[in-house]
Design a protein around this ligand. Structure first.
Ligand SMILES: Cc1ncc(COP(=O)(O)O)c(C=O)c1O
Length: 399
């Protein structure tokens, strides 16, 4: 049996949706992107949703709209996908890494406090925090927002994985000035490539509309519908081409209509894993703090081999890493796809060199990189597929 790490949920509605822009002949950002934005804003409870070509460009737009620039610094967790840090680098601001809490895989608020307390450099000040709501679990956003207020910082949530992530009845991406989502096929809903920025701030929404469209004062569609549309609009800012196509927008509309179903099914798979994996001391299953709802973009465990992992050191992490990798290979041989959760960005060549970092500088991030394991999770997973994965895990661990 072949079990993929994830599978998009498509039926005839996606096929019918993408034909509509083809039939109309309007392919660039247009009515379907607008409809997707409307549905997304409704789902998350944000006042505005602005689509972009992907989440990385949405993050760049958010930082740019907030005025982050050369000489500024932005705090990013050291365990996240490289795109979070890259978006900061696009603005020419500097990345300040912060370690994570291994229990949640999200930014460690105590470490964040230490970093902010020590930020005495008047020339290059920390201007923003980019908490990442990793794998579908919100970071400790209430605490992060208190710190942001205390230190006068902007907050851009990297909510690439955060669809269906809530704290109480507040959706991920709605805590900071802006939140950005990804529709890459590894995410719960997909448009192939695609991103969305949400905000309650009208000024940010207007800036992003223009910045994503070369800095145009008016969108192509608006101009097309108006008298005098033969003339190009005003361009008062330097923008980018970060637009989403209407083909993707149409796909997004079809996906939004099944978002609740997909998220419900993913949570059911996660609950089954929580139960089935209780028999294995070797794996720590995802922790969900009280009042948090996990979206389970990924179901990520920590491989401990049944050992105590408090006070981890590099030697122990490296030793356990060999066992985790062997375990993942074993599952792969059985046709079961797994992935490391994501990577520790401070260990990657560009960041390591530029900021002169060592692997052990952010040890929890290093441990998460070396010991995390994402298990196959998709809405349409059958009982047979689920049973096959759990049997595979049992065999992989016992050997
Ligand atoms: C945490 C995080 N941030 C940003 C991104 C980038 O998203 P995109 O591929 O849509 O640019 C990803 C994608 O996997 C991600 O996981």
């Amino acid at each position: 049996m072949k079990i993929p790490i994830t599978k998009p949920v498509f039926d005839s509605s996606e096929k019918e949706a993408v034909i509509k822009p083809l039939d109309s002949g309007w392919l660039v950002q247009g009515p379907y992107v607008a409809e997707f934005e409307r549905l997304f804003a409704g789902f998350t409870g944000a006042r505005w949703a602005k689509a972009a070509s992907n989440c990385t460009t949405a993050l760049h737009l958010a930082l740019d709209a907030l005025g982050i620039k050369t000489g500024d610094k932005v705090v990013v967790p050291s365990f996240t996908y490289i795109a979070s840090a890259n978006a900061v680098e696009y603005t020419s601001a500097q990345v300040v890494f912060c370690d994570i809490d291994l229990a949640t895989f999200n930014i460690d608020v105590n470490k964040l406090k230490e970093i902010l307390c020590k930020d005495k450099d008047k020339e290059k000040r920390i201007k923003a925090i980019m908490p990442v709501n990793l794998f579908g679990l919100c970071a400790d956003l209430p605490e992060i927002m208190k710190l942001a207020e205390k230190y006068d910082l902007k907050v851009v949530e990297d909510s690439a994985c955060g669809l269906g992530a809530w704290i109480g009845n507040k959706h991920s991406g709605t805590f900071g000035e802006a939140g950005c989502f990804s529709f890459h096929p590894r995410k719960s809903i997909t448009t192939g490539e695609g991103g969305m920025l949400i905000t309650d701030d009208e000024e940010i929404a207007n800036k992003v509309s223009s910045l994503r469209d070369h800095g145009a004062g008016k969108s192509d569609l608006a101009r097309h519908k108006e008298k005098g549309g033969s003339l190009l609009p005003e361009f008062n800012v330097r923008g980018y081409n970060y637009r989403m196509t209407d083909l993707q927008g149409a796909l997004g509309v079809a996906q939004m209509k099944k978002a609740n179903y997909i998220l419900k099914k993913r949570r059911e798979v996660a609950a089954r894993y929580d139960e089935a994996l209780k028999e294995f001391d070797e794996l720590i299953t995802p922790y969900v703090p009280d009042n948090y709802t996990h979206g389970y973009q990924s179901y990520v465990c920590l491989f401990t081999n049944g050992e105590d992992i408090t006070g981890l050191n590099m030697e122990k992490i490296d030793r356990l890493n060999v066992l985790r990798n062997r375990f993942m290979e074993k599952l792969e041989e059985e046709g079961i796809a797994t992935r490391q959760g994501t990577h520790a960005v401070h260990t990657l060549g560009y960041y390591k060199r530029k900021y002169n970092l060592n692997d052990e500088d952010y040890i929890s991030s290093y441990a998460a990189d070396r010991l995390s394991i994402a298990l196959p999770t998709y809405a349409t997973m059958t009982d047979e597929e689920f049973g096959y994965v759990v049997d595979g895990i049992r065999r992989g661990i016992r050997e």
